[in-house]
Design a protein around this ligand. Sequence first.
Ligand code: NAP
Ligand code: MG
Length: 518
Amino acid sequence: MLTTKINRVAARAAFYSIRAYSSLPLSVTINLPNGTSYEQPTGLFINNEFVIPKQKKTFEVLSPSTEEEITHVYEAREEDIDAAVDAAQTAFNSDWSHGEPAHRVAVLNKLADLIEANAETLAHIESLDNGKSLICSRGDVALSAQCIRSAAGWADKVDGSVVETGSSHFNYTRREPLGVCGQIIPWNFPLLMFAWKIAPALATGNTVVLKSAESTPLSALYMATLIKEAGIPAGVVNIVSGFGKIAGEAIATHQRIKKVAFTGSTATGRHIMKAAAESNLKKVTLELGGKSPNIVFNDADVSKAVQSLVLGIFYNTGEVCCAGSRIYVQEEVYDEVLAEFKKAAENIKIGNPFENDTFMGAQVSVAQMDKILKYVEIGKNQGATLVSGGERFGDKGYFIKPTIFGDVTDDMAIVKEEIFGPVVTISKFKTVDDAVTIANNSNYGLAAGVHTTDINKAISVSNRIRAGTIWVNTYNDFHQNVPFGGYGESGFGREMGAASLDNYTQVKAVRIALTKTN
Ligand code: NAP
Ligand code: MG
C-alpha cells in the first residue's frame, strides 16, 4: 500500500517535471459524463485574456470521485500576481469605477443570465472537480446567478448622504470603492464562493484579483469566459489558479492590493490577517470555520427537524463551513429523533455524483478524506459511540459514509473541532437554558439551527445564541438577500445582501464652508 503511494508520488513528480515547462494548450476539451463536452481554459485570466504564466508551470487537477486526472492548469506565482494587479489597477482608474453605475448593473445582469444559460455545464464542472453531487452543484449554480443579479440591483444604489450641521457648511458623504481587491476562495463551494466574492466587489466599482483553491480551479476559469462575454471590461476581474503558500501569500502581502477577502480555515485566516497588518494594512474580511449547533426542542415537528439535521450535516458531504455538526436534542424526543435521523442517514444515496438522485458525492481530496477518518478514530478512542457510518464507501473515489456519534461529552475533539466532513455528534439536553449554554460553548459562531413550534422560544433562543446566522425550522437555507458571516473565530464581514457592500466601500466626508451671499 505504502509502496504504491510512493510510486504514485514519484510518478507524479516525474510528470510535473516533464509538464512543468512544456506547453499546455490554453484550452482543453473535456468530455462530461452526460455525453457533452466543453472547452476548459487552463491559463491565468489577466486583462480579459488567458495567458501563460511567466514560469510556465502547471499543476494537476484531479476528479475526487474517480481519482483520475482531469487536466492540468497553469500556476500563478508572485510575478503573475503583480501582472494581475497591474491590470486591475488600470481598470480601477477607468470608467468602470468612476463612470455611470448603470454600466455595472447591465454587465452584472448579463453575467447572471450567462450563468443561467450555462447552468448545466457549470454544474457538471463543479461535480467533476469537487466531487459534490449534481444536486448540490445545481443549487450552487442557481444561487450564484441570483447573488450576482442581486448585486446588480444594488450597483446604482450605493449612495452617500447629506449631513446637516447648520447653515455655515454643506456636508455630504460618498461611498467610494476601495481599489484592487484580493479574493482567496476555498474548494468546498468553488463557484458559489467565486460569486459571493466578486458580486459585491464589482457592484461597488472595485476590481479584483481572485485566487481559486488549488484543488478546484476549473469553474472559476470557465466563469472567466462568461465574464468576458458579459462585457465586463478588461482588467476588472483577474483570475489566477495556484497554491496558497505562493499565489495566496503574494495576494495577502501585496502592497498595492487594498483589501483581501478570504474564505477558508481559521488558521489560514489568522495568517492572512497578520500578512495584511505587516504589509500595507489592507482591509480584511474573513469567512472562516465553524462548529455549529443544531438544536431540537421537545415541541418540534420531529420529521421536519430530522430533514434539517440531515441537510445540516450531510449536504455537500459535510464540507460546509456552517454545517450543523453538533446536534442537541431535548430529552423527551431524543430517542425518536435519533432513530429517525439514523434511518434517514442510512438511506442517503452516496456515490457517483452524476447520478441525478445521488445526495452525497466524494470528499474533495485524499487529504480531506484522511483527516475525516482520523477524526472518526479519535472519536472512538475518546469513548464516543459510533451510531452509524464511520468508514469509506467503496474503494475508489474519496467517499465517506454519513457518520453519527452518540454518547459524546463537551470536551471531546469531535465535539469541539471542525471536522469538515459528514461526521456529526448528537447528545441530550434538559432545559432551554442548557441548550443556549451548550450552543454558545464554542470559540466559533457561524450558524445555529433551532427547531421548535413555539414562536416565542424560537425568537428568544435565536437572540441568545452568539452566531451570525440562526436558522429556525430549516438549515443551510441561503438567500441572496440575507447576509451571512461569523461571530468570534468564525470571522468577520458579511457576504450577500446590502451588508456585503459595506465591506467594499469606504466613506468619504466632504465638508464645505459656505460664504454668505446677498
Ligand atoms: P485553507 O488553507 O484555509 O485554504 C483556503 C484558501 O486559502 C485556498 O485558496 C488556499 O489555497 C488559500 N491559502 C492557503 N494558505 C494560504 C496562505 N498562506 N496565504 C494565502 N492563501 C492561502 O484550507 P485547506 O487547507 O484547503 O483546508 C484545511 C481545512 O480548512 C479543512 O479541513 C476545513 O476544516 C477548513 N476549510 C474551511 C472552509 C470554510 O469555508 N470555512 C473552506 C475550506 C476549508 P490552496 O488551496 O492552494 O492551498
Ligand atoms: Mg479537483
